[in-house]
Write a protein that binds this ligand. Structure first.
Ligand code: ATP
Length: 304
């Protein structure tokens, strides 16, 4: 998360993430799944601007700024994100205000670049950016621990974006964060097929796995430069997601024909990424995938 503080307003850049590793360990009695994941933030950002509103009103304006950021076979459909109280930005702002017992207001604008419901956790990142941004703007002085407690109430991925390193092992339902350092930035090509997929539906169809690598072993291999291949890139949600959405299988097949170090679906999809040796290679892989008209194609670095 990056900040720019100006006299009367604060700008926060809220990054997308991918899951480099995602293992579903089992279903819990509270309905959530127990998981182990390695997440990393990307250089693809939503931009949030916060201005103090002395009247005490909390307002949100959403702008779609996707145009020109990625190459798509057809333009991305217009943004269908509500700027009402169900938007995670306003939910985070209200929660923070209630917790801090203040009656401060803010005019917030959200410039949306991260594709919606894509497994890139744009909504969660916006929520985390709001907690941190308004804590600063309103001089609330809440500690990181307090922000983490609020984040966990807003969603399982929100805590990750409070991690100081931009990479973490996430456990529990995703909210238990162990910040980590990756040895070097990764060069990724991310493809977002035009169709979406419901996270809840994918989880309903997934079978927990107890076998295979742990997140630690995956990271060890990555750190030693033995780029994990084959089964080492694991996302338990990928098989059920591919069954539910043939676009993901198409993208996976397209990546398997490219000279990438590994490729995997992110989160519950439908975004899919390939890891490249360097940015030049990422640019040429992206060019070939664009020609296949699979969806929006982004070349992005990890932010670690
Ligand atoms: P995750 O990987 O955490 O499952 P995702 O990347 O699949 O998330 P998001 O784009 O983060 O999906 O959001 C999922 C849903 O949350 C959206 O379909 C939208 O209705 C709702 N939502 C609420 N606020 C926001 C926001 N600020 N940005 C994006 N989505 C939001």
């Amino acid at each position: 998360m990056l900040f720019r503080q100006q006299h009367h307003h604060l700008t926060v850049f809220a990054p997308a993430k991918v899951n480099l590793f995602l293992k579903i360990l089992g279903k819990r009695t509270d309905g959530f799944h127990e998981l182990e994941s390695v997440m990393v933030t990307l250089g693809l950002y939503d931009t949030l601007e916060f201005r103090d509103d002395p009247s005490g009103n909390l307002t949100l304006e959403c702008r779609d700024t996707a145009g020109g950021l990625a190459s798509a076979p057809t333009p991305r459909p217009p943004l269908v994100l509500s700027s009402g109280p169900d938007n995670l930005v306003l939910r985070a702002a209200v929660l923070l205000r209630e917790y801090a017992k203040v009656n401060r207001g803010a005019a917030i604008t959200l410039a949306k670049r991260i594709p919606l419901a894509a497994g890139l956790a744009g909504g969660s990142s916006d929520a985390a950016a709001t907690l941190v941004g308004l804590n600063r703007l309103w001089n609330l002085g809440l500690s990181l621990n307090e922000l983490h407690a609020l984040a966990a109430k807003l969603g399982s991925d929100v805590n990750f974006f409070l991690s100081p390193t931009g990479a973490a092992i996430c456990r529990g339902r995703g909210e238990q964060i162990e910040p980590i350092q990756l040895p070097r930035p990764l060069h990724l090509v991310v493809v977002k097929p035009p169709s979406g997929l419901s996270t809840a539906l994918v989880f309903r169809h997934c079978q927990p796995t107890q076998v295979g690598l742990s997140a630690e072993e995956f990271l060890d291999a990555l750190r030693k430069g033995r780029h994990p291949l084959g089964d080492w890139w694991h996302n338990t949600l990928q098989a059920p997601a591919m069954e539910l959405n043939p676009d993901i299988r198409r993208v996976a097949r397209a990546f398997s024909r490219q000279p990438v170090l590994g490729h995997l679906m992110s989160g519950s999809g439908t975004s899919y990424f390939g890891v490249c040796a360097h940015r030049r290679q990422a640019m040429s892989v992206a060019g070939r995938l664009r020609a296949e008209r699979l969806g929006e194609v982004f070349v992005v670095g990890s932010r670690v």
